[in-house]
Design a protein around this ligand. Structure first.
Ligand code: ZN
Length: 369
């Protein structure tokens, strides 16, 4: 029994297990926004953690933490406990095949034990330089594509809970690498799980966090992905969403997207303005006694903007409200068949967005209502 998801779906990043202070946005107003979706990271979760311990109605998605496992070896002990000691004793960043598959199983069990509604397969991101230089590091690229495909096929073979949707994380730097990854995945899925590529629950596009400011690159990678997987499969984009790029990501091919900028901006005392407003963010360190014009639960209890300056959780709640509003605006525009019109309008004052729009050739099919 798989539940429907709205499009575009925003998953606010929740830092359970990692410390920090995520506001309880799942609670009804005035303490929260009543938004039930959340993205957790398996790297930080502990065996005793479960989604329902936060709130019974939370609809949890759980990332694999592939990047953290690979790039932060000193944190493996925290992330993997006993198994981590074995990995941490190896100086190489890329683990051997057996260790990698052991890790993929450990991550899957943690995602299932947590009660995830959707989970991302363990992935090995390409070296960041490979995104802009297709000729970069062919050995490392080939190795990471192989590890990513192996871990995804193993997760499909071993999954115990069918109601948890498994989104295969894809990494590529153009149609050629994506084709290679999908070919390997197709073979491994058949060998391990006796299934075809058509039967996967959906995909997630990763590896773009270091390039999140390059809107043209995000649009290009999404479009290349859609061209090969078609529009029927669910597609998530990992780690890059903010209120200012959500309509673009949706138009270019992402059905869902996660965002942590609402917390980061709040820590920097930045207040998101509605999409298209100038400036896009207000620095509250210079805020005056003006009353917020926003009517979200966080702002409607504040007399002045400067009151939100020292209340990070309330400010994060407002920033998340602005993020969800951007998704709502994109959904509505698409339903009314004017998503590209909205984007052209937003691009008039945003040259980076205008450049990114030129990447869009494959257009999102009309919404089925
Ligand atoms: Zn607000």
């Amino acid at each position: 029994m798989q539940r429907e998801w709205p499009r575009p779906l925003v998953l606010p990043v929740h830092n359970l297990g990692a410390g920090g202070n995520t506001p309880p946005y799942w609670l009804p107003p005035p303490r929260g926004l009543g938004w039930p979706y959340a993205l957790f990271n398996a790297f930080f979760l502990r065996p005793g953690h479960s989604a329902s311990m936060l709130h019974p109605g939370i609809r949890a998605w759980v990332d694999s933490g592939g990047f953290l496992y690979l790039e932060a070896p000193q944190r493996r002990l925290a992330g993997l406990h006993a198994a981590g000691r074995r990995l941490a004793s190896r100086p190489a960043l890329i683990p051997g095949r057996e260790e990698w598959l052991g890790l993929a199983e450990e991550v899957l069990r943690r995602q299932e034990g947590f009660g995830a509604e959707a989970a991302f397969t363990l992935d090995a991101p390409l070296p960041p330089g490979a995104q802009l230089d297709p000729g970069c590091c062919p050995g490392a690229v080939a190795e990471r594509l192989r590890l990513t495909a192996e871990a995804a096929a193993l997760a499909y073979q071993l999954r115990a809970r069918r109601s948890m949707r498994l989104l295969v994380v894809l990494h590529h730097n153009g149609p050629e690498t994506l084709r290679r990854l999908l070919d390997t995945l197709s073979r491994r899925l058949r060998e391990r799980a006796g299934m075809s590529l058509d039967e996967v629950d959906g995909y997630a596009l990763g590896g773009l966090v270091p390039h999140s400011g390059k809107l043209w690159l995000l649009a290009r990678r999404l479009q290349e992905t859609r061209r090969l997987i078609g529009w029927d499969k669910w597609l998530h984009i990992l780690g890059v969403a903010s209120p200012h790029n959500i309509p673009l990501l949706y138009a270019a091919g992402a059905d869902s997207m996660d965002s942590k900028t609402y917390i980061i901006a709040a820590a920097k005392r930045l207040y998101y303005q509605p999409p298209g407003a100038k400036p896009a963010r207000i620095d509250l360190r210079n805020a005056d006694g003006a009353k917020p014009s926003c009517t979200c639960p966080a702002c409607s209890t504040a007399e002045t903007l400067s009151e939100l300056r020292s209340d990070t959780k309330r400010l994060a709640l407002h920033n998340l409200h602005a993020t969800l509003e951007a998704a709502h605006q994109a959904a509505k525009a698409h339903e009314e068949n004017r998503l590209h019109q909205l984007l052209r309008q937003l691009a008039r004052s945003n040259p980076r967005l205008a450049k990114a729009l030129r990447e869009i050739r494959e257009t999102r099919p009309p919404s089925r209502r």
